[in-house]
Design a protein around this ligand. Structure first.
Ligand SMILES: Cc1ncc(COP(=O)(O)O)c(C=O)c1O
Length: 397
């Protein structure tokens, strides 16, 4: 066979998807695997959103759509930004895409050239570094710690900025750490960006609603920075619509146009039915979303209570999103039978094979000491999973 293109050697497959696949394979063999590797709400999409989609089908919204999305969708997204974030955007600032993942890909490809540096606080969502590599940019990881609540400090940021720095890319609430930046913390980072007017800021806010500590704050609220902030958001997490594939950005019109140009060649406008349903999701009652958050809050408490009972796991209480990201390095060097735990990948595999619980190794997020466990699973499964994990870890010596 002819050789495949070199682009494939530049980036890795998402570990999150790999773990989900391994879990499915074990389940196919009849093993009862509890999935804590999940990156999606386990709830169904709220009924009024499903009804809007059914109506869109009956109304024959079945044709190609404008590349950046229907005008009514982009208006609805602007309404959402005003309502939730007090931010003023116009439809020309908005591009809807096939998931926030595509939004991120568009933005990274629109901004990053070969050799450009992209500063990413670690731990970070798996896809960020790989998109930068696809664009031939250079990933500059800045390590955060549990002690700093997994947040980058202004001095850490300032220390890595140089004349090649093009983009700062982060999420708040953060997947996987659960860190949520307060207004004061964002203001402190904004003070650094003011000194460096050529840096763009990609702010991934997809977990906006899943916040356990207070009001969501966006770095786009600082007027003098707003033109170089690109907000990425979407319906996957807040509305339990992962399979619908609808994400969006808000950005300066020039950046939005660049994303539209890229998307025009890759996918064109995203799914028409999902767009029509999204208009309803974004402009009507958020009660179903906040009911889900209430349940995530309960499960976070259950999870934290169970994790605290396990010796050696150091865990930051997540402020948002639906993951815990404990430091598991206490177990490195320990073994059970043939299995020696040397790193977070071994730890994850050990739990999958021994406790039949799937998780995602921290290496995938740039933090090799930690492992990510989701609490987007039923309280019953969470309880069962952590009992099994406790038992499996007790066997290591
Ligand atoms: C931080 C973060 N950003 C973006 C995405 C992508 O979401 P979407 O389903 O809209 O592509 C995810 C999904 O896991 C995520 O965790």
């Amino acid at each position: 066979m002819q050789q495949l293109s070199s682009i494939l050697d530049r980036f890795a497959e998402p570990e999150t998807l790999k773990m989900a696949k391994l879990g499915r394979e074990l389940r196919a063999k009849g093993i009862d695997v509890i999935d804590l590797s999940l990156g999606e709400p386990d709830f169904d999409t709220p009924q009024h959103i499903k009804d809007a989609a059914k109506k869109a089908i009956d109304d024959n919204w079945s044709h190609y759509t404008p590349v950046p999305g229907f005008l009514d969708l982009r208006e609805a997204i602007c309404t959402k930004f005003k309502r939730d974030n007090n931010l003023d955007y116009k439809p020309e600032n908005i591009v809807a895409s096939t998931g926030a993942k595509q939004s991120l890909a568009n933005v990274v490809l629109a901004l990053v050239d070969e050799g450009d540096e992209v500063v990413i606080p670690t731990p970070y969502w798996v896809t960020y570094s790989e998109l930068v590599k696809i664009a031939r940019g250079k990933v500059v990881q800045v390590g955060t710690t549990m002690e700093s609540q997994f947040k980058i400090t202004p001095s850490q940021l300032e220390a890595v900025i140089n004349n090649k720095t093009k983009v700062f890319l982060f999420s708040s609430p953060c997947n996987p750490s659960g860190a949520v930046y307060s207004k004061d913390e964002l203001e402190a980072l904004a003070a650094i960006f003011r000194k460096h007017p050529n840096i763009y800021i990609i702010s991934d806010e997809i977990y906006e609603y899943i916040n356990f500590v207070g009001k969501h704050e966006s770095i786009a609220q600082f007027d003098d920075l707003k033109d170089r902030v690109i907000i990425v958001n979407g319906l996957s997490k807040g509305f339990a619509m992962t399979g619908w594939r609808l994400g969006y950005i808000a950005a300066h019109a020039n950046i939005a146009k660049a994303c539209e140009k890229l998307q025009g060649q890759f996918t064109s406008g995203t799914n028409s039915i999902a767009q029509k349903a999204a208009v309803v999701a974004l402009t009507t009652d958020l009660k179903p979303s906040f009911e889900m958050v209430k349940e995530f809050t309960r499960r976070r408490e259950i999870t934290m209570g169970l994790v605290k009972q396990i010796p050696g796991l150091k865990c930051f209480e997540p402020q948002g999103a639906f993951y815990i990201f404990p430091d598991v390095s206490h177990y490195f060097g320990r073994s059970h039978g043939q299995m020696v735990i040397q790193n977070s990948a071994d730890f994850s595999m050990y739990l999958l094979n021994t406790a039949h619980v799937s998780s995602v190794m921290g290496d995938a997020f740039g933090d090799p000491k930690c492992v990510r466990f989701s609490f987007a699973n039923s309280a019953e499964n969470i309880q069962k999973a952590w009992a099994r994990i406790k038992e499996a870890l007790a066997k290591l010596s």
